[in-house]
Design a protein around this ligand. Structure first.
Ligand SMILES: Nc1ncnc2c1ncn2[C@@H]1O[C@H](COP(=O)(O)OP(=O)(O)OP(=O)(O)O)[C@@H](O)[C@H]1O
Length: 262
């Protein structure tokens, strides 16, 4: 579904990403991890076509990213960010409907029954009661659910998540991740997610790529990535790694001290 080969990016003289390569299968949930400033968002921006690569290749469904028109790309991929929606005076339903723009002509008209698609999304995301409410009067968690509704209306094959749960409490974090996971399973959606929370990444992602200082240091299953030595090497702090009692996947526990002077 997605192939990234020898991808590099530099701004002026500074190398931000060097020779990154990986491929993601259709229906896979792929996580990108790494400390602040390691280049995760830059990588995602290049995959979404917002940022130009310095060298390398990105292919989606076998087709070079550069060969997609803007509208065609919007039907193939969608991006959900940290705070995707500003607090503006549009209703919830209007915002979800905006996700249909790649399917509309220049008059904003669409051939198929877009009303049925929108209503099914509002139902699925439990937004029916909020549909006429202005975005201004929603909490951050509710707004992020509307943002998810908008990208669902886009009906992409590839969903890019850029730290979508950063400003959410634990309840909303799980809610957003569960909704994405359910969508992934139903539609065989491919998900590429930049996540800061290693524990969430471990329980939701099939495979993880760890980036450090612009280089890919490890690619593998959560069991292969969530190792205390690797986390220490990359993040400079040594966590305790334990097994999740239900999911049987690695989880980390932080401990005081241990970042400086070791
Ligand atoms: N437009 C730009 N011009 C110059 N340098 C940039 C630009 N955008 C990003 N950078 C630099 O590239 C590096 C990687 O940034 P990026 O935002 O991709 O990291 P990140 O891993 O997503 O970080 P974080 O986890 O803090 O969001 C940083 O050092 C940043 O300062």
């Amino acid at each position: 579904m997605l192939q990234v080969e020898h991808l590099s990016k530099s701004y002026d003289e500074a190398n931000i990403l060097a020779d990154i390569g990986f491929s993601v299968r259709r229906g896979e949930f792929f996580g990108i991890l790494g400390p602040n400033g390691s280049g995760k968002s830059t990588l995602l921006k290049m995959i979404s076509g917002v940022e130009k690569m310095s060298s390398g290749q990105i292919r989606i469904d076998g087709k070079d990213l550069g060969d997609y028109s803007r509208k065609e790309l919007s039907r193939s991929l969608a991006v959900l960010q940290q705070e995707s929606l500003p607090s503006v005076n549009f209703t919830v339903k209007e915002v979800v409907e905006m996700g249909r723009y790649p399917y509309q002509n220049w008059l904003g008209e669409e051939k198929g029954d877009h009303e049925a698609i929108i209503n099914s999304i509002l139902n699925k995301l439990k937004l029916v009661e909020l549909q006429d409410r202005s975005l201004q009067y929603l909490s951050g968690g509710e707004r992020q659910r509307v943002a998810l509704g908008k990208v669902m209306a886009q009906q992409p094959k590839l969903l890019l998540l850029d730290e979508p749960t950063t400003y959410l409490d634990i309840g909303y974090q799980i809610q957003i991740m569960d909704l994405v996971k359910a969508w992934q399973n139903e539609e065989r959606l491919t998900v590429v997610a930049v996540l800061h929370d290693l524990n969430l990444a471990s329980i939701y992602c099939d495979r993880l790529l760890m980036i450090h200082k612009g280089e890919a240091v490890c690619l593998g299953t959560p069991e292969e990535i969530m190792r205390s030595e690797l986390i220490k090497q990359v993040y400079g702090t040594t966590p305790i790694v334990v097994e999740h009692p239900i999911h049987k996947l690695p989880q980390i526990m932080l401990q005081q001290g241990g970042t400086f002077g070791e």
